[in-house]
Design a binder for this molecule. Structure first.
Ligand code: APR
Length: 244
């Protein structure tokens, strides 16, 4: 494993533009379950029934039940050493930007400033009926779904559901950075959800290097990953940063 840390450190020290793609796995050590790992959210809730935009349109109250449960967990979650390590890399000007699939705000809470929220975030609520948009903090989210103040439709958290487009700015900025980067850290993602999963491939196709950090191997590991560091990111990422 020492050799892998050395290789990864060399890549990061030599690179001019490093970006990072994170997934739910980076927040598991903060107490937030991932989706497809052992005990993940999708083992409890069928994503097509609870995280597809058509399911939300059909029965928003049912989706809000899961959303309230997730909010309960995320609102008490704190950044873990993995989030703090990425904030440290940004401070040392060794990390240009994080592209995160997560909506838990933990990168920002850890001090990272350049964070692209590829799947939106839960701090805003949108009305699919009349187009109004609100800050989530304007509502007392106490168990009953928030209603639009203009047309009384049930509001939707501004996170990207299956069947919805990635926010334009996030997509454009991520593509721009992926084409600029000569190295990418891929941390805590199963890399099965497109188009986020295409980001490491863009970096690789431009001759960039791919460092993957995960509890287990993924579809990237034996295809485009240059250095695979297995283990909990809360442990492996500080180990890597300590070698830079
Ligand atoms: N350290 C590192 N990796 C971890 C850890 C940990 N402590 N715990 C779990 N993992 C890994 C798992 O092995 C898995 O490969 O994190 C990955 C989490 O994968 P998913 O649960 O599929 O989460 P993610 O890749 O972020 O999902 C992408 O799918 O459901 C949608 O919109 C949702 O953004 C999400 C997207």
């Amino acid at each position: 494993m020492e050799e892998r840390y050395r290789q990864a450190a060399e890549i990061l020290n030599d690179a001019k533009t490093v970006i990072c793609l994170t997934g739910a796995g980076i927040s598991v050590e903060s107490g937030i379950p991932d989706f497809r790992g052992a005990g993940g959210l999708w083992a409890k809730y069928d994503p097509m029934e609870y995280a597809h935009i058509d399911a939300f349109r059909r029965n928003p109250g049912k989706i809000w039940k899961m959303v309230f449960e997730l909010m309960e967990i995320t609102m008490n979650a704190l950044p873990n050493p993995a989030h703090l390590s990425l904030a440290e890399l940004e401070k040392r000007s060794m990390l240009r930007s994080i592209i995160t699939q997560n909506i838990d705000n933990l990168h920002q809470a850890a001090g990272s400033r350049n964070v692209i929220e590829f799947h939106g975030n839960a701090s805003r609520l949108d009305c699919l009926n009349c187009g109004q948009s609100y800050g989530a903090s304007e509502f007392d989210l106490n168990g009953s779904p928030p209603l639009c103040r203009d047309c009384s439709a049930v509001l939707k958290p501004s996170v990207v559901f299956f069947g919805e487009a990635i926010p334009m700015r996030a997509l454009a900025e991520s593509e721009r950075l992926s084409n600029l980067a000569d190295a990418i850290l891929v941390i805590g993602t199963s890399a099965v959800v497109y188009p986020a999963s295409s980001i490491p491939f863009i970096v690789k196709s431009n001759g960039g290097r791919v460092i993957e950090m995960n509890l287990e191997s993924t579809g990237l590991t034996h295809s485009i990953t240059d250095v695979f560091i297995q283990g909990p990111a809360g442990k492996t990422l500080p180990e890597l940063v300590a070698r830079l």
